[in-house]
Design a binder for this molecule. Sequence first.
Ligand SMILES: C[S@@+](CC[C@H](N)C(=O)[O-])C[C@H]1O[C@@H](n2cnc3c(N)ncnc32)[C@H](O)[C@@H]1O
Length: 316
Amino acid sequence: MKMEKPTSTTKLFEISNKLLERAGPGSKTAAIVAGHRFDESQKPEDERICYDPYAIHFVSPEVLELNKDPQKAKAMLESLGDLGTLLLGLGNSTRARVRYFDDFVKTSIDKGISQLVILGAGYDTRAYRIEGLGSEDNIRVFEVDHPVTQEVKTEKIKEIFGAVRENVVYVPLDLMTENLGEKLLQAGYDKSKQTLFLMEGLLMYLQPETVDRILYFISKNSGKGSAIIFDYYPKSVVDGSSVLEVGKIAHDYLARIGEPLMFGIEEGLLEEFLAKRGFSHVCNVTSEDYKRAYFHGKNENRAVSSLLLFAHAVVE
Ligand SMILES: C[S@@+](CC[C@H](N)C(=O)[O-])C[C@H]1O[C@@H](n2cnc3c(N)ncnc32)[C@H](O)[C@@H]1O
């Protein structure tokens, strides 16, 4: 009998299964992103694109081991052929996203926000690592995520810091089935205050109706000068019609790990999309923009993926 040659997605699935086997019951994609932050943070200070000293606490023992054995990591990527190179680019884009969003939070603090709402916070530790977000700084941080992922996160935070910070409010909920506005207001969110809503690696996993509901809530229930920042894939990646190999693979792989892509924005239509939903001062950040901003010197030759775009806008 002729054996079927395993597809790239199957191989990727097998490798990631091994790496995530002991990652815990939370979101797999949250663990993958924590893995990127961890790996980048191990690099020398003048080389790393982003830095999260706490990411190490959120990765599986297999990821820790792999980081100590660069030859094994290289062989693993090479076993995926061209896909390995494409994934490296997507990973670099994810690391640039962390840096861009960190920088945006810092600028927003300087502009005077008094609330930061992080939707789909995963294992991100901005609330604990960005200067200006401490308990004494008068900025309330709301972290929203699926109850299971959030529990894994808060248990780890207590292990690392002894307790969760007083100014960080955890709001466990399923954004697709529960009412974000109601839960946020119950948790103490003040709709009259200037707020930054940060959605990193989130909107693509939500149904378009849910994305609309979230944006509607923000545009109608936030103080003057409030803003949003998020990242997105072009619609072609989400509906599986992308002509780019990495787009097709990302689509199939994410469906297989149970976190399928559901939302994308038609290329060139970001501004129109956001204007219709009550936002202005729209900024679209392409892979060329973030490559130019962050990848210099030793990082000059690191490829990024044109699939991942960032966006920010202000509530009208
Ligand atoms: C790709 S991870 C990104 C995590 C984090 N923002 C980061 O960048 O590290 C996606 C996150 O969105 C959360 N998420 C996805 N769908 C959700 C839903 N329906 N309700 C609440 N959270 C959701 C997942 O639990 C996960 O933490």
